[in-house]
Ligand binder design. Sequence first.
Ligand code: URA
Length: 238
Amino acid sequence: MERLQKVIAHAGIASRRKAEDYITAGRVRVNGEVVNELGTKVGKKDRVEVDGVPIYQEEPVYYLFYKPRGVISAVSDDKNRAVVTDYFAEVPERIYPVGRLDYDTSGILLLTNDGDFSQKLAHPKHEVEKVYVAKVKGIADKQTLQPLRKGVRIEGRKTAPARYNILSTDKKAETSIVELTIHEGRNHQVKNMLAAVNLPVQKLKRERYGELTLKGLQPGDYRRLHPKEIKSLLGQSK
Ligand code: URA
C-alpha cells in the first residue's frame, strides 16, 4: 500500500505537492469515492482517478545505461538534441535519469520510474561511491593530486575527501589518465575538482557506481538491474 499522493506523483501526473493539492481540492477519487485526506493509502488494485481520468500504476523498473558522449541526461530537450530516454523507446514506463552526467561525459547512468529510489541515491548524506576515469591536460603526479584527498574548495564549499589513482601519463602529449573516486554528486564535480588542481579534463567517463560496472555493455546499451543490485545500492545509501 502506498500513500495516494505518492501514487499520483509516481504516475507522472503531478509533483507530490501538486498531487496533495488535487487531493485536498476533492479532485481525486478512489474506487469512485472522492478522497480528500492526505494520509489515505491505496493498493495496486484500487482504481485512482484524477479529474475523472484513471491513472495507471506502473511497476517500478530500474535500468543501468551506458550513456554515450553527446547525449543529454534528460527525458526531453527544447533544442531537440539527443536525450537518454531516446535509447529506451521500447520501454513503456516513464523512466528518468537518477542524477546526471554531463553532455560530453560517458558511462554509467541509472534510470528508473521510482522517485523514492532516486531521491535516496541522490541524498548528499547517502551518496554511493562513484569511480570516474578522466583524461586531463597536464602531467599528474601525487603532489598535484594530493589536495583532492583532503578536499578542495568549489563555489565556496569544500569537497569531501576523494581517492585517486594515476593510471598513465603521456609526457609528449602532456596528458594523463587519472581515476577519481568520490561520494558526492555536485554539478560538474570531477571537472571542477581536477581544474582546481590545474588538470583540466579533456574526456570523462563514469566507470563504477556503487558495485555496478559497465561490464558487457557498449555505449548506448542498457540492462535491467538485478534485485540484488537494487538492494545493494539502497543498502549502501542506507
Ligand atoms: N563530474 C563531472 O564533472 N561531470 C560529470 O558528468 C560527472 C561528474
